[in-house]
Write a protein that binds this ligand. Structure first.
Ligand code: GLN
Length: 242
């Protein structure tokens, strides 16, 4: 991060905003401003180049066809991969998560290359689509409270040896391969199946990204009351429907 300004990049709102994940950008932006940071938010459409100078990049979920187009364009553009190799922080949801992996099955039923920034491979699940509230315990290394989110995906994701599971599910499917894991992370690249938007339900994840960007261990406290009320409501919903 240069001076006191955080550069936040929201990738391809024209293709990957179907599931409301743009809320993640709002929450990260707000939590940063509450800590006195100046935020430059850049929404990059799929016909524009991805800047390489961002601090935090967010990418959301989408339907199968927009997912294919987004992966093709990101691969051709190369900017997100360059940003990641410069140490930028990437947080991806669902279709975005699959795109950051090595490959996934696209809307035409063929294997499509991803960016390979996460050591994961996605295929299409044979079982019913995974839909519903999820409650999971986040990797203890990340020191975060339980993860609450909403999943809606057909794809299932297998982790390779370099990726760590982001969380272990208590209720719900997560990666959907039967090992109980949800999402993946390695270094500063994160992937999850959780919508919600996930940052609105888990503002501590937004804070984690900010701490990584600022290279600090702690942030001044923020008012979490509204987030906490939402968390409690959704955690109750996940446990009731289980
Ligand atoms: N199209 C992908 C799937 O069904 C991703 C869906 C999503 O982003 N919610 O697996």
């Amino acid at each position: 991060m240069s001076d006191n300004s955080l550069r936040l990049v929201w990738i391809y709102p024209d293709l990957l905003s179907t599931y409301g994940d743009q809320g993640n950008a709002l929450v990260v932006e707000r939590r940063a401003r509450q800590r006195g940071l100046d935020v430059q938010r850049l929404d990059v459409r799929s016909d524009q180049p991805i800047p390489t100078s961002g601090d935090i990049y967010l990418i959301g979920g989408g339907e199968d066809r927009p997912q294919r187009l987004a992966a093709e364009r990101l691969l051709r553009d190369g900017g997100l991969s360059r940003a990641a190799s410069n140490g930028a922080i990437l947080f991806s949801v669902c279709a975005g998560y699959q795109i950051l992996g090595h490959e996934f099955i696209n809307d035409q039923g063929t294997q499509q290359q991803g960016l390979g920034l996460l050591d994961v491979v996605s295929t299409r699940g044979e079982a019913e689509r995974c839909v519903g509230d999820v409650l999971a315990d986040i990797d203890p290394q990340l020191n975060l409270p339980p993860l609450t989110g909403f999943e809606n995906h057909q794809g299932v994701t297998h982790l390779g040896p370099t990726a760590r599971p982001f969380a272990k599910v208590r209720f719900g499917n997560g990666n959907g391969v039967g090992d109980g894991f949800e999402g993946a992370w390695q270094d500063t690249v994160f992937g999850t199946y959780m919508h919600g938007p996930v940052m609105a339900r888990n503002p501590h994840i937004a804070d984690l990204l900010l701490k990584l960007a600022l290279d600090v261990n702690a942030l001044p406290p923020a008012d979490d009351r509204w987030y906490e009320a939402l968390r409690q409501e959704r955690i109750a919903a996940a446990t009731e429907t289980a």
